[in-house]
Design a protein around this ligand. Structure first.
Ligand code: FEO
Ligand code: CA
Ligand code: CA
Length: 748
């Protein structure tokens, strides 16, 4: 037996489309002069002075805000004017560090039982796979808090609530008893195939069930800032990579969704790689499927597919004879002769005479926004296919306007992928608040999907991805789109076809409830601007820099770019600040960088510098929170979270970066961007949620000590939080942050 090797930080890289970059794009239509003329030099306080001009003020009580770290009905009474904490310095300690006067409590580490009768966690990893249907999963990620009163949603309840937590993936060596093993398949026919190595069924079950979402009831302890999990709450629930789900929207029932499990193509089992998450305006939980390609295997069946289907699979990262990221869920060693359906479902190889006889299209049933009603424990989650299939990060709604469509923004996190928006067909009716999945069907199953083009002059445009428009028909050279089902299932190919702008890995989106502007983290891109060879062996530049992705670094000092290592945050304002608009103006809010490097374009200091922004969210006060998942600055500091009071698009100026003209927001200072938290060794900081009173904040620490092994741990967190000498297996967990004096967090 050998140890399973799954490299960390897997990032898909399957956009080989020759989409135009700025030098070849059509002349952009919009001038940004008017935007640049007004805002330069304004302070955050001056910005907030203009709030009355924004149609959807965050203190209006007839609509949910566009922020996404607080529940969908705003309760804050005042917008923050300044940050009120002392910034945290860099740290490489194996603990969470918060500002002076703040404290942390750790809850719900991986494997925590949510029900009686389930054993407590033990580092031996012997908990059964089945028991993870009643335990907290692994790699906590996106998260929302829902106030609860009288067993119903309450926008004002801070003392009791539900936490919905994504469990993005598993660190295989942490959750399995002896690490994670592969077993060489003794069958001669298995040599060189996707069945050459197999894994224990028990390990696979543990991993499958440690993915997904946990719904956990929590309450404040009496006379304390601390919270506790309500074991056996009727709301407690695990949704995993096996839970039955509905497929809804244009792709439901498509031939491309039919499987042996459901020959009608209307349901699927499970969701996978749930990354960011958000509230819906009506109070459900919108979770996301990101690197789902990592758990599917595929044999040598290219000859059995049409060229178009083969190209489509590759565009979603599934090459012939591949095992994704190597989890080998399609195997199961205790199942000798015949792999049971439980595992076979992860193998997309064409083996039968028709789609209903194998799992060739199971892959197509993953990669969606998944809606869950946390208040309805028996409800079936719904995969909302109208919002497109790609490596979803978050889905963030714009400020709501009664009688207008509801608008959502989404990123596709893989190198050189795109930013999308969805505009509902139904118009907002505030009576749909608390409408559950029925409201979801109303707003998320019919609407228009768009993809973004960022122009060289600082403007941008939304290109509609609707069957029959913009060349998205059966004559299309990328894919013969026969229906809207084809367009959403292969949204990346549709976006390629209309010349969308390849971005530096779009992660979380969020919309400011104050300005209505949309922010997206672009975490990094190791292939931006690097040299490669074309088919004839000639030197070419892969993914040349452009105005919206302008910065690369030269790590080797040879004058040749080595990618964008620190990432940036881009933002835009829709034309007329109307979220249904088809054009926008953008700038770069912040370039991540170490403060003392030439890449520090945003004026960062040692108290607010950062690298690889990933998690991002506005709270309902208009404060922006930025979290990092970094590998480039980790020699100096662990991953972190920063708080910001951002200005607005156009408050900076145009500038030249490496010969490319781009648009930068105002230089930042420690008064409007400051480090609030640093995490333990080798973690990612992710997930942001508040109680409505802003006195309790929830943040997730994902995969501390990920680079270690059971024999050579690099972190002991959370045990090390209070005792630096503690020795225990590292585990992901939720951090509860409060002020020692019980006050409002971070700003006033
Ligand atoms: Fe799951 Fe792209 O972060
Ligand atoms: Ca170089
Ligand atoms: Ca992330």
């Amino acid at each position: 037996m050998t140890q399973l090797q799954i490299p960390q930080q897997q990032v898909e890289d399957s956009n080989s489309s020759a989409n135009p970059h700025f030098d070849t794009l059509l002349q952009a239509r919009l001038s940004r002069r008017s935007v640049l003329g007004g805002g330069a030099g304004m302070t955050a306080a001056m910005m907030f002075g203009t709030l009355g001009l924004v149609g959807c003020g965050s203190d209006s009580d007839d609509g949910a805000s566009g922020g996404n770290t607080t529940p969908p009905v705003n309760n804050s009474t005042a917008l923050p004017k300044k940050l009120t904490f002392k910034p945290v310095e860099h740290s490489k300690e194996d603990r969470v560090i918060v500002p002076e006067g703040y404290q942390v409590q750790i809850i719900a580490p991986t494997g925590t039982p949510l029900f009686s009768g389930v054993s407590e966690w033990s580092d031996n990893g012997l908990q059964s796979g089945e028991s993870f249907e009643k335990r907290v999963g692994d790699n906590h990620d996106g998260m929302c808090f829902y106030g609860l009163k009288d067993d119903k949603y309450s926008s004002t309840s801070s003392d009791r609530g539900l936490l919905a937590i994504n469990h993005e993936y598993v660190v295989t060596w942490m959750i399995n008893p002896l690490g994670a093993y592969t077993i060489t398949n003794p069958s001669p026919e298995a040599v060189g195939t996707i069945y050459a190595k197999t894994r224990l069924a028990s390990d696979i079950r543990r991993e499958v069930n440690a993915h997904g979402v946990a719904i956990i009831e929590i309450r404040r302890k009496a006379n304390s800032n601390e919270v506790e999990i309500v074991k056996d709450s009727k709301f407690n629930r695990r949704i995993t990579s096996t839970t039955l789900m509905d497929l809804t929207g244009p792709a439901a029932g498509s031939d491309l969704m039919k499987t042996k499990f459901d020959p009608q193509g209307l349901t699927t089992r499970g969701m996978n790689n749930n990354c960011g998450s958000n509230y819906s305006p009506w109070g459900t939980y919108l979770t996301t499927e990101e690197n789902f390609n990592g758990v599917f295997a595929r044999g040598n069946d290219a000859a059995l597919l049409t060229p178009a289907l083969e190209a489509a699979r590759r565009r979603y990262g599934a090459s012939p004879n591949s095992t994704g990221f190597g989890y080998l869920w399609h195997t199961g060693a205790d199942s000798d002769a015949k792999i049971p359906d439980e595992f076979k479902r992860w193998d997309m190889t064409v083996t039968g005479a028709a789609a209903a006889e194998d799992y060739r299209y199971a892959f197509n049933t993953f990669g969606y926004i998944v809606e869950i009603d946390p208040f309805s424990p028996n409800s079936r989650p719904a995969k909302r296919t109208a919002l497109g299939r790609f490596a979803h990060e978050t889905c963030s709604y714009a400020p709501l306007v009664e009688g207008q469509p509801v608008v959502f923004y989404m990123g596709d996190d893989a190198r050189n992928e795109y930013i999308y928006k969805f505009v509902s067909k139904a118009v907002w009716d505030a009576k749909d608040k608390n409408g559950g999945l029925a409201a979801g069907s109303k707003y998320l199953d019919q609407g228009t999907l768009y993809v973004a083009k960022f122009n060289a002059d600082g403007s941008g445009e939304w290109v509609e991805l609707t069957h029959g428009k913009n060349g998205l028909d059966s004559n299309n050279s990328k894919y013969p789109f026969a229906s809207q089902a084809d367009v959403v299932i292969y949204a990346r190919l549709a976006a390629d076809s209309v010349g969308a702008t390849k971005m530096d890995r779009p992660e979380w989106t969020s919309v400011s409830p104050v300005t209505g502007e949309v922010y997206v983290t672009l975490t990094n891109n190791s292939t931006r601007g690097i040299k490669s060879k074309d088919a004839e062996g000639k030197d070419v530049v892969l993914n040349p820099t452009d105005a919206a992705n302008p910065r690369v670094y030269d790590g080797t000092g040879d004058g040749v770019a080595d990618g964008n290592r620190n990432g940036h945050v881009i933002r835009w304002r829709e034309a007329g600040n109307k979220h249904t608009a088809l054009s926008f103006n953008w700038d770069v809010y912040v370039f991540g960088a170490a403060y003392n490097t030439p890449e520090n374009l945003s004026g960062l200091t040692s108290l607010n510098d950062m690298s690889s922004p990933d998690g991002l969210g506005f709270d309902d006060r208009g404060m922006l929170w930025i979290q990092t998942d970094d590998g480039a600055y980790t020699n100096t500091t662990n991953c972190m979270m920063l708080a910001a009071l951002p200005g607005k698009v156009g408050d900076g100026a145009s500038t030249s970066v490496g010969g490319v003209t781009t648009y930068m927001g105002a230089k930042l200072t420690e008064t409007n961007l400051a480090r609030f938290l640093v995490g333990p060794v080798q973690c990612e900081i992710t997930g942001i949620a508040f109680t409505p009173d802003f006195k309790t904040m929830f943040v997730n620490v994902q995969h501390p000590g990920e680079d270690g092994t059971r024999a050579a741990q690099t972190s002991n967190w959370p045990a090390s939080q209070t005792n630096p000498f503690a020795r225990a297996l590292p585990r992901s967990a939720t951090v509860v942050i409060t002020r020692k004096d019980g006050g409002v967090i971070a700003a006033e």
